[in-house]
Design a protein around this ligand. Structure first.
Ligand code: ADP
Length: 469
């Protein structure tokens, strides 16, 4: 394979082989994109010439050009699928591009020569101008493949030279005549086109270099990101096992299972237990985040009774709510509402919403959890009367490691990951999470999911009436 690629690379060395795949693809893609623009120009030139010159010959030349255009179009699908490690297709594409270029340049050259020979006097403004336009078009749009561009331009140059030299040959005029002036002007125009081609080629070359740099940068960022994720995952796993046993031991000691704890040790042990719980939460969040980002978080989708899910979540946060002195009210619909989802991940979502509502509430406040139908959706909302969220803080609420109040005087703890994880879990359920909030008055966070059809047409389900506290 290496020998094949090298020999292909050497053989195609007549055009710059750096970024070969990109060049060929860019060339074919641009040729395809500009097809209608070229067709309009060809058609206008043919109609104009057919009116003033021999119509049959003009239309025949146009037919030849059309033929090469169809050939060009046919290259597109093969080029899209092609990658540089398939040298056979690459060679085939290059041969066909070369063939098409020769065909279409000869057709255009022949077309303008036909015009020139039908004019009996000098001053071949029309054919020379057509040729100039075609050369400029090639210089601007074929700079991806310098060899192909040169091939086309040399055929055009041949036509240029032929048209002007034909008159010199036909009339053998003196050097100070208009015919010679026209000849020298053509040489000047050819130089101008070559200069333009070089400028466009350099521009394309720079773009290609930039693209290479961006790709390299992208590759490095990706590699660094993967290393970071791997590192995070290893560290978190290594921390979790010893931490679990520290946490369990501290809980045993604090609960008096291992015997009476001396009074003077209690505050220190309570702080140790609280912080070990915080650390464990942080590690769990980090592992979840890493799993989500690596696409490794597994979801087991099942039919879920939304009211049951909410009851379970409320029940499990009851002791935390009692500890903070906050009343939790639940508003459930009379009719059953079902959705598809991963039960434990949805419980995790509910925990995040509820623990935030509780921890940002003031003592004595109420948190209301409500389930209601919203058209074909079911909405679960968690409303608190807490500190609220200032406007334009959405990015902070749903960002990673970000908190609205991240100052040192912040009273409540947290990782700044919960809502980000929540959002990603909800999105994996094709649902949405959002909030409404007023600073100082409280917030309502809600998640919405598709309801399963059995419950979707149920009118009663839209009116939450049953209240449980
Ligand atoms: P944290 O671990 O800090 O709670 P989250 O990702 O769960 O992180 O939430 C991000 C931030 O969004 C919180 O730090 C807080 O500033 C804000 N926030 C979330 N829920 C509420 C709420 N119910 N009331 C006020 N602020 C909230």
């Amino acid at each position: 394979m290496t020998t094949l690629s090298t020999s292909w690379s050497r053989r195609s060395g007549w055009f710059d082989s750096t970024g070969r795949e990109q060049r060929i693809k860019d060339y074919i893609e641009l040729t395809r994109k500009l097809i209608w623009q070229r067709q309009a120009t060809f058609l206008a030139a043919t109609m104009l010439s057919a009116f003033y010159f021999d119509a049959l010959r003009m239309v025949a030349c146009y037919g030849l050009v059309l033929f090469s255009e169809v050939f060009d179009l046919m290259l597109s699908p093969a080029a899209r699928k092609w990658t540089d490690d398939n040298p056979r297709t690459g060679r085939m594409l290059l041969i066909r591009i070369t063939f098409n270029t020769v065909l279409s340049a000869l057709a255009i050259g022949f077309f303008v020569i036909q015009l020139a020979v039908q004019q009996h006097t000098g001053g071949h403004f029309t054919p020379l101008f057509f040729l100039f336009a075609a050369s400029l078009f090639a210089a601007m749009n074929n700079s991806q493949m310098i060899g192909i561009l040169l091939l086309r331009l040399s055929i055009y140059s041949g036509a240029f030279m032929f048209i002007t030299f034909y008159d010199v040959f036909r009339y053998q005029p003196p050097i100070y005549s208009r015919t010679w002036l026209e000849f020298f002007t053509s040489v000047f125009v050819l130089y101008f086109i070559a200069d333009m081609s070089l400028a466009f080629y350099k521009q394309y070359q720079e773009r290609l270099e930039q693209l290479k740099k961006v790709r390299e940068e992208n590759r490095r960022t990706k590699a660094a990101y993967e290393i970071k994720s791997q590192f995070l995952s290893t560290v978190s796993h290594e921390l979790r096992t010893p931490l679990t046993s520290i946490k369990a031991s501290l809980d045993l000691v604090n609960n008096g299972v291992l015997g009476e704890v001396p009074e003077n040790l209690r505050p220190a042990l309570a702080i140790a237990a609280k912080n070990s719980h915080r650390l464990a939460n942080l590690i769990d969040d980090l592992l979840d985040l890493q799993k989500i980002e690596a696409g490794e978080m597994v979801f087991h989708f099942d039919k879920i009774d939304v009211a049951e899910l909410v009851k379970e979540a409320v029940e499990s946060t009851k002791s935390y709510a009692d500890h903070l002195g906050i009343h939790v009210a639940t508003v459930l619909p009379t009719q059953e509402m079902q959705m598809r989802g991963d039960h434990s991940r949805l419980i995790q979502v509910m925990h995040n919403l509820m623990s935030n509502a509780l921890k940002f509430s003031r003592e004595g406040g109420t948190v209301q959890v409500r389930v209601e139908a919203r058209g074909p959706k079911v909405r679960i909302s968690v409303q608190d009367e807490g500190v609220g969220i200032p406007e334009n803080a959405r990015d902070k609420v749903f960002g990673k490691f970000s908190q609205v109040d991240s100052s040192d005087i912040r009273k409540v703890g947290g990782t700044g990951l919960g809502m980000n994880i929540t959002k990603q879990i909800v999105e994996r359920h094709e649902g949405k999470v959002d909030y409404e909030s007023k600073l100082g008055e409280g917030s309502t966070f809600y998640v919405e999911f598709d309801r399963l059809p059995e419950a979707a047409g149920d009118e009663d389900a839209r009116n939450p009436v049953a209240l449980t506290a």
